[in-house]
Design a protein around this ligand. Structure first.
Ligand code: URA
Length: 209
């Protein structure tokens, strides 16, 4: 689990617990997810390179530091990944955004791509793939397989929740991709849900159940 970053800041843990409650409304769930995603963005961007820039304060000229937000791409795995985007973009408003849509073929159980839209010049970019739940790992693995064909500078994966099975699957397929998560839950059930988890993240974000 060397490449797993558990974000155990008290604010993150507090908000996650409120989100897990089955009586949290759609509005509450979405608001908390936004807040939590912003907090996670601080962690995932901690090692972003800085460049020196000359600026003029009202009193002097000085060398400040800036990050190049445009080189960063948040890639949302549809549809639940979109719930993380707003909070991340609040922290890095200059970032670009890509989307990957995948569905599971009921016959083969393989992830099949139905949508893929990325910014240009991906070989110059650092990618942060977002999806609230790393469960079986199938979608994350398929999305990262596809993204690697664009030869980006780096790829990180951010989720809210995962489980030992999801971590093992993603690390086996992509050991070079660090995983950032707010919790590692007990297990995956037979239907691919994380236990104790928070239910279906997409349904809870969009109020579709
Ligand atoms: N996807 C979800 O939305 N919830 C889970 O528990 C697992 C996968």
């Amino acid at each position: 689990m060397s490449n797993v970053h558990l974000i155990n800041h008290p604010l993150v843990q507090h908000k996650l617990t409120l989100m897990r409650r089955k009586d949290a409304s759609t509005n509450t769930f979405r608001t908390l997810l936004n807040e939590l995603s912003s907090l996670m963005a601080y962690e995932v961007t901690r090692d972003m390179p800085l460049q020196n820039v000359q600026i003029h304060t009202p009193l002097e000229t000085m060398t400040g530091k800036t990050i190049d937000g445009k080189k960063l791409v948040f890639v949302s795995i549809l549809r639940a990944g979109n719930g993380i985007l707003e909070g991340m973009l609040n922290v890095v408003p200059g970032a670009r955004v890509g989307h990957v849509g995948l569905y599971r073929d009921p016959a083969t159980l393989q992830a099949v791509e139905y949508y893929f839209k990325m910014p240009s010049e991906m070989a110059e970019r650092d990618i942060v793939v977002v999806d609230p739940m790393l469960a079986t790992g199938n979608s994350a693995i398929a999305a990262i397989d596809r993204l690697k064909k664009l030869h980006p500078k780096s790829i990180k994966f951010v989720c809210l929740l995962t489980c030992p099975e999801g971590i093992a699957a993603l690390q086996t397929a992509h050991p070079d991709v660090p995983i950032y998560t707010a919790a590692i839950d007990r297990q995956l059930n037979d239907h691919g849900y994380i236990l104790p988890g928070l239910g279906d993240a997409g349904d809870r974000i969009f109020g579709t159940k």
